[in-house]
Ligand binder design. Structure first.
Ligand code: GDP
Ligand code: MG
Length: 670
């Protein structure tokens, strides 16, 4: 028998941080909503048979977003042994709105009052005993990120689970709302029993007009009419609509009974500081220039002094290692073909990708700091106004920001968007973002062709992706996706000093993902490329890869790219292998040019490209069809291969057109 503890709370309340503390795993933590889309589960350290489940963050149990539906379905259908409701102590009133709804689920429950460390700094005092008495459930103060109070929390949760201690039934309602809820409760008692839904929850949801609960209860026609009548009657008496009436009921209870337990001595320190910082960072005119400036600084650090130094250092070791093994193989008289496979194939290919590891690590370290500090949420906020003009809701910014890391989780994150229209449109725009796999391509080319302006060229690639996405969105808006985006509400978290642990963990995850890919997909790709470029169709070893099978295939595709300035078969093959994983573009160039050192690779590239055609190549790499993993994700989210292929074809056409424009204009100018 496993005991399931479900972690439920508002976005950003610290669920994932707590989950990581409980299970010792390293799920992604983020200072903006929408990071946890799917539920994660893992065994609780030190407690055999106890499992923690990290559920998507929600503000309410209404059925408007996928997170709300995932979370409430889990709570109702899987019946966890206990709910741990995480409440952000710096924002108790807003968080308790969800708590009141959770209490109606008739599941044992405790409150984890999180961020006690910030509460102390903010001079917020909570009368825990009073709060506990008002709500009749245990309230345990914790700090998830500092690992304080976790032991007491798990103890309390296991105790209510063990004793099956359901929250006491508290009447939150008064007057007309009370009459409506209780009348409906009587009416549907049998249906609730039969469908396994908690009675009070069902009645509340029917007053709110929740179609999913109505359907699940299988309420029959005469009762439906009576319910509608009761609710309309309530609306008339209160002179508000049904949802507002329920919201008012909950807030009235919180204000009347819970708020007295919370004492704030003035506006919190963090809040005041955040407001002050925001007056500059989210300023009407300054916000976007500042954002560009920040990103420029990030790229400058990454590709300028720090990243280059580390990358050069690593390349030095890799080159040295390759030379050493090469020498050892030569002197031991190994088969020349085998030696070529190892040196020119695997080592050159995997090594070329691995040498970008420090750049990836530095970039993700910096981005994690920006995210954890709360700055990324501001970007979402600032972008909302812009996105609205494009027919997208501000919520789309979260998946798109994730897209700068990797399109696959980004496309999964579109599930947090409430309407299908927003989901599809965002999915189609995500692949234009510069994901981390495209970075090695950028880094390789900018190091060779744009040595003086690396940060600028890098930024221009990111911006190009965004601009193309914007134009594409405008096109989609007036063609297939007319209609209105769903309104956007997001509460900005206070600025925080980033926690070293979560920042480093996130960087580590990205670095490990990159290394794993280098030794799996890239490894296989380099072997296949080496085989195809070393043999002809008669399976004879060729002297010159020009006569190889690969050259044959490459030449078929190459003419397509001639108008873009890179009509050689090597570039065509590199782009083809890039479909497996974008980093493979880099390893393929390394294998094809037979360059076993970074200097040799750079010389080979200079012979193939001019700066203009190099930039066109970069833009094409940025925009063209994404890798297979992304294709699979698009297919999953858009419900079919046909839709996915259509999306990808359109995307590749756009890539070709933009690269063509850049090459033509660039050739005229330079
Ligand atoms: P989730 O959206 O509920 O999963 O929240 P996360 O676990 O991603 O945390 C949101 C942010 O709150 C992160 O920046 C965490 O580092 C931070 N955080 C979590 N717990 C605490 C805490 O106890 N104290 C402080 N100061 N910050 C915390
Ligand atoms: Mg989370």
């Amino acid at each position: 028998m496993t005991i399931n503890l479900a972690l439920v709370g508002n976005p950003n309340s610290g669920k994932t941080t707590l989950f990581n503390q409980l299970t010792g795993s390293n799920q992604k933590v983020g200072n903006f909503p929408g990071v946890t889309v799917e539920k994660k589960e893992g065994p609780v350290k030190g407690h055999k048979g106890v499992r923690a489940i990290d559920l998507p963050g929600i503000y309410s149990l209404s059925p408007y977003t996928s997170e709300e539906i995932v979370t409430r379905d889990f709570l109702i259908d899987e019946k966890p042994a206990a709910i741990i409701n995480i409440v952000d102590a710096t924002n108790i009133e807003r968080n308790l709105y969800l708590t009141l709804q959770l209490m109606e689920l008739e599941t044992p429950m405790v409150i984890a009052l999180n961020m006690m460390d910030e509460m102390r700094n903010n001079n917020i005092f909570v009368d825990l005993i009073r709060l506990q008495e008002e709500l009749s459930i245990p309230v345990i103060p914790i700090s998830a990120s500092r690992n304080e109070g976790i032991h007491d929390l798990i103890h309390a949760a296991l105790e209510v689970a063990d004793q099956k201690l359901k929250p006491k039934k508290i009447d939150f309602c008064t007057g007309h709302v009370h009459n409506a809820i209780h009348a409906i409760s009587h009416l549907i008692a049998n249906e609730a029993d039969a469908s396994g839904l908690p009675l009070r929850y069902s009645a509340t949801k029917l007053v709110e007009g929740d179609p999913l609960v109505m359907a699940r209860l299988k309420v029959k026609e005469p009762e439906r009419d009576i319910i509608e009548h009761i609710v309309e009657d309530m609306e008339e008496h209160l002179n508000t609509d049904r949802e507002a009436a329920m919201a008012d009921m909950r807030y009235a209870f919180i204000e009347g009974r819970c708020s007295p337990a919370v004492e704030k001595t003035g506006e919190s320190l963090e809040q005041r500081r955040s407001i002050k910082i925001d007056s500059i960072l989210t300023h009407k005119h300054l916000a976007i220039p500042i954002f560009l400036g920040v990103m420029f600084f990030v790229f400058w650090l990454t590709f300028g002094p720090v990243g280059t130094f580390l990358s050069d250092g690593l390349s030095f070791f890799i080159d040295g290692f390759i030379a050493f093994v090469d020498g050892a193989l030569s002197s031991s008289g190994a088969n020349p073909a085998l030696q070529s496979l190892i040196i020119d194939g695997v080592f050159a290919g995997v090594g070329s990708v691995l040498s970008f590891l420090p750049i990836i690590a530095v970039l993700f370290l910096l981005l994690s700091i920006l995210e954890d500090s709360g700055y990324m949420s501001r970007i979402a906020f600032v972008m909302d106004k812009l996105l609205r003009k494009l027919g997208l809701s501000g919520r789309s910014i979260v998946p798109m920001l994730i897209g700068f890391g990797c399109s696959v989780p980004a496309i999964m994150a579109t599930r947090t968007l409430p309407s299908q229209r927003d989901r599809y449109m965002t999915t189609m725009l995500i692949p234009f973002m510069s994901c981390s796999a495209k970075l090695p391509i950028y880094a390789m080319f900018t190091a060779v062709f744009f040595e003086k302006n690396e940060a600028l060229v890098m930024l221009s690639l990111y911006v190009t992706g965004i601009v193309v996405a914007i134009l594409y969105a405008l096109l989609l808006k007036v063609t297939i996706f007319s209609g209105k985006p769903v309104p956007f509400v997001m509460v900005l978290p206070n600025y925080r000093m980033p926690a070293a642990k979560s920042v480093l963990l996130r960087m580590w995850e990205n670095v490990m993902g990159f290394v794993r890919k280098a030794f799996t997909v890239i490894f296989i790709a380099t072997i296949v490329i080496w085989l195809l470029q070393s043999f002809d169709f008669g399976l004879n070893l060729v002297d010159n890869s020009d006569e190889s099978m690969l050259a044959f295939f490459g030449r078929i595709v190459a003419p397509i790219f001639a108008p873009l300035g890179f009509g050689d078969w090597q570039s065509a093959t590199a782009l083809l292998t890039g479909l497996m994983a974008k980093e493979a573009v880099v390893s393929t160039f390394a294998v094809l040019t037979g360059a076993s050192s970074s200097a040799a690779l750079s010389a080979a590239l200079t012979a193939m490209f001019t700066p203009v055609s190099a930039f066109a190549f970069l833009v094409f790499s940025l925009l063209y069809m994404p890798c297979i993993a992304t294709l699979a994700a698009i297919k999953r989210e858009m419900g079919g291969m046909k839709a996915a292929l259509l999306v990808l074809t359109a995307q590749t056409l756009i890539a070709w057109l933009v690269a063509f424009l850049i090459y033509s204009l660039g050739s005229l100018l330079v």
